[in-house]
Ligand binder design. Structure first.
Ligand SMILES: [Zn+2]
Length: 69
């Protein structure tokens, strides 16, 4: 086997890096200094990220009202 060819092939393959969003970023919220993961594309830490309530809609079912009223 030709070792020169092998080396060239290996070097030619671009190494894929996962997409990152910069290092040393901190949360965008006031006075929050939580470091953000470079893989976190949000501007805020998990506590300050815009809250989403995907389950909220299911919360006020008839069953819920029956239990809590
Ligand atoms: Zn934060």
């Amino acid at each position: 086997m030709d070792s020169t060819t092998m080396r060239a092939t290996t070097a030619g393959r671009a190494r894929r890096r996962p997409k990152t969003y910069g290092e040393d970023r901190v949360c965008g919220a006031d006075r929050c200094e939580t470091r953000l993961s470079r893989y976190n594309r949000n501007q805020f830490c998990f506590r300050h990220a815009p809250a989403r309530f995907p389950r909220m809609r299911g919360e006020f079912t008839e069953e819920y009202l029956a239990k809590h009223s």
